[in-house]
Design a protein around this ligand. Sequence first.
Ligand code: FAD
Length: 519
Amino acid sequence: IPRPIEQLAAALEETSAVRNKVKAKDAVVFWYKMDLRTTDNRGLWEASEKARETGVPLICLYIVSPQDFEAHLTASVRVDFMMRTLRILKQDLAALDIPLYVETVEKRKEIPSRIIDLMEEWGASHLFANMEYEVDELRREAKMVKMCADRGLAMEVFHDTCVVSPGALTTGSGKQYAVYTPWYRSWVAHVHANPELLATFDPPSKNSPDARDKLASLFDCDIPDVPENKRLSEEDAKRFRALWPAGEHEAVDRLEKFCKEKVGQYAQRRNFPAQAATSSISVHLAAGTLSARTAIRTARDRNKMKKLDAGDEGIKTWISEVAWRDFYKHVLVNWPYICMNKPFKPEYSNIEWSYNSSHFKAWCEGRTGFPIVDAAMRQITNMAYMHNRCRMIVASFLAKDLLIDWRMGERFFMEHLIDGDFASNNGGWGFSASVGVDPQPYFRIFNPLLQSEKFDPEGDYIRKWVPELKDIKGKAIHDPYGRGAAAQAKKAGYPEPIVDHKDSRNRALTVLPYQVPPG
Ligand code: FAD
């Protein structure tokens, strides 16, 4: 069975003669997905060039699909962020006399035919979009390319979300990389050899002034409310909107501020959750309000050596982190079965995970009795975000200390994160549970206490998120019941540890390797 990306490539190849013959009619359409920006957006730029060359207006389109949000486990906070972004995008495009038409299509399987109907209604001949790498999306696009060709329309789909397109880098023997470090070396060499990969795409050209009259009804359309299945409570909406301002201008400001104030110290400080030393731009990379090219180019340009992997330590390290995002998309494209609830390493499919619901509930609610784990789980529910070090700690705790199926944690993250991204989330969980690509070995089991002492030495992060423990002094903060602060913790209503780390470690060491068939 060809991989979905090959199905799309085949559809584009098969229809190329027909597509090349399609004559421009009354408009060119750009279909927005997870690329909600005007600047450095390849598909949008290509659409704009087509419109300019053929002298027709550009129309932008976004389809809201409640069923799609369900299928992708998109967190309500993320949907809210996208809808806020759409309002800003609509204004930015309107300043270029380009309408952004937004419509809700309940059932996701109806999206392709609805888009084609709209094109026919608008007399549009060409449809442009950027590629999304999940299996369903690649298959849908392959089908749409053919549907368009059958109706005498041309659909073009571009690589945009990664700096280096998934599949572009292969090992010396022509295989796909399954380990990050050699892949990263090859990624750096490839970008250094092809610096145009980091060049920006200009915003779209202005439509001619008469587009305003011709397309008045599209300019007048409202951005719909957040669909009912994803609506936030008033209190949550207020908090999240203050924490995560939307739109591409905010993304660029955040990036610039990080590069000016924090990237220099990133290598030393990035692992300490109390220090807010990371960029917090994952929300923007996930919604596409910022492109990975812009992120990496901006950091590289601040590096005196103008290199990705040499010079300023902080910049080098940060770029190598942003590259993980590219790596996980590359993994998704090349091993698409990870989209189907399967671990990257098939031999890890038959581990006997626990489904202890009271343990899972304690983990979700941040009441495991392990302060660093609980602080992190409360951070995610409060902020829709969690620091990377803490994501690793809580993932390891769920999969190894509690031996709970890592996919339950993966799902919980997607349902709560504002930066939820299938490829990075699946990659992070696979790594932490030792079942993914380039995983840590199963016998490397984080000790939550040591992690806590090392990365939150003063307990500031714990005190911020677990207020029951805020008056506990010194090292006892990391383990109040084991370090003489039991009475105080109990009085404050903080739970005792739900497992003993030593015992659960031994249990994991017994269960995890036994499931791997010999050889
Ligand atoms: P910075 O440290 O400033 O890094 C800059 C950017 O690099 C990030 O915004 C992100 O796009 C990328 N990046 C950094 N580390 C990683 C990484 N390990 N994997 C992939 N990309 C990385 N990231 C997501 O964007 N969405 C997710 O759903 C997600 N789920 C995760 C689940 C687990 C279990 C783990 C261990 C990690 C997960 N990550 C995820 C990666 C990482 O935790 C976040 O990208 C990071 O914490 C975001 O904060 P930041 O923007 O301040 O990161």
